[in-house]
Ligand binder design. Structure first.
Ligand code: ACO
Length: 324
């Protein structure tokens, strides 16, 4: 018998306020044509003042719990991926725990920027496989609008706010790829690339929050190579082929990165879930947002093989294969 981490619920939340590319042209010198052609982004949601990361995360968590008819009291671990926590401490995960009325188990944040949700899934899966948790709420939530330099057109047009969540439950499987649940995870990082994508502040360096800085071309160049490598490694380790994947749900950073990666891996465009056009890049929230959207509109069905992958600041990158 093998212990598997099976998805038993999913949900998401997006702030009501939405900025279209036309709205962005009023803030910086840009155009709908430039943004769409370079990134595929048409609009992004922006959190209102009261909508902190824990607020968005709690809404997404409630939706995920509701979708599976899950009693919050049965959750024994919350792993929350974010690079935009409410506070330096305590963790955003503990804020969500309190908001959901959960008083048992443990809750903590994971910081791997845009790869955060893949890191959180891998962490939750390992807790479950080790027998340390039975039902884990895995959340990706961000308010990147708070760390953008709204005068920098090269970055402020790219990002948005939002949150998504899944619930993983320990179930027994036979150890084959036919099992439901997380079949494999693969994480990587290389800290030498810190300066390509970072925030120029923090409690211990500047005592400020700082703003996002990025060398876009360099990030693009590394993204396609790193993402293809991690997906190939996940497939190789689990003995699966790219043509067996029902849904490819990549981190939604940029349409061109997604298309180039899918092409390199030989994944048909009709099997790629795209939300970057509507959400922009929501960092750690983008994958659970896309999973929840594709589950709600019935693209992802029980038994489907789903591949998630991401790359972000650090650099960090990683992938996971999940049979839904
Ligand atoms: N509107 C109009 N013009 C702009 C804008 C804008 N919003 N932003 C930059 N430009 C201009 C630049 O000033 C430059 O002008 P110049 O030639 O007069 O100097 C010109 O457009 C080209 O700039 P580049 O930065 O070279 O543009 P590029 O073609 O590389 O596209 C982009 C920029 C879209 C950021 C691209 O590099 C990219 O997609 N990189 C990947 C980065 C990414 O997705 N990061 C997300 C976080 S990491 C992750 O999640 C994987």
């Amino acid at each position: 018998m093998t212990i598997r981490s099976v998805v038993i619920g999913s949900g998401h939340y997006l702030p009501e306020k939405c900025l279209t590319n036309a709205d962005m042209t009023k803030l910086v010198d840009t155009s709908d044509e430039w943004i769409v052609e370079r990134t595929g982004i048409r609009q992004r949601h922006i959190a209102a003042e009261h909508e902190t990361t824990s607020y968005l995360a709690t809404k997404a968590a409630e939706a995920a719990l509701d979708s599976g008819g899950i009693d919050p009291a049965t959750i024994d671990l919350i792993v929350l991926a974010t690079a935009t926590p409410d506070y330096t401490f305590p963790s955003t995960a503990t804020q969500v725990q309190a908001a959901l009325g959960i008083t048992g188990g443990a809750a903590f944040d994971v910081q791997a920027v845009c790869s955060g949700f893949v890191y959180a899934v891998a962490t939750a899966d390992n807790f479950i496989k080790a027998g340390s948790a039975k039902r884990v709420l895995v959340i990706g939530a961000e308010t990147f609008s708070r760390i953008l330099d709204w005068t920098d057109r090269a970055t402020c047009v790219l990002f948005g706010d939002g949150a998504g969540a899944i619930v993983l439950e320990a179930q027994s499987g036979d150890g084959s790829n036919a099992d439901r649940g997380v079949l494999s995870t693969h994480l990587r990082s290389d800290g030498r690339y810190r300066d390509k994508l970072y925030v120029d502040g923090g409690p211990s360096s500047s005592m400020t929050t700082g703003h996002l800085r990025m060398e876009g071309k360099e990030v693009f160049r590394h993204a396609v190579a790193n993402l293809a490598e991690t997906v190939e490694e996940s497939l190789r380790r689990s003995g699966l082929r790219a043509d067996e994947i029902n849904w490819f749900v990549p981190h939604q950073a940029n349409r061109r990165i997604i298309d180039a990666t899918a092409k390199k891996l030989g994944i048909d465009p009709s099997r790629v879930v795209i939300t970057v056009d509507l959400h922009g890049n929501t960092s750690a929230a983008s994958i659970p947002l896309a999973l929840s959207v594709a589950r709600q509109d019935r693209r992802i069905e029980t038994g489907n093989l789903v591949l998630i992958e991401a790359m972000g600041g650090g650099f960090t990158w990683g992938s996971a294969l999940i049979r839904w």
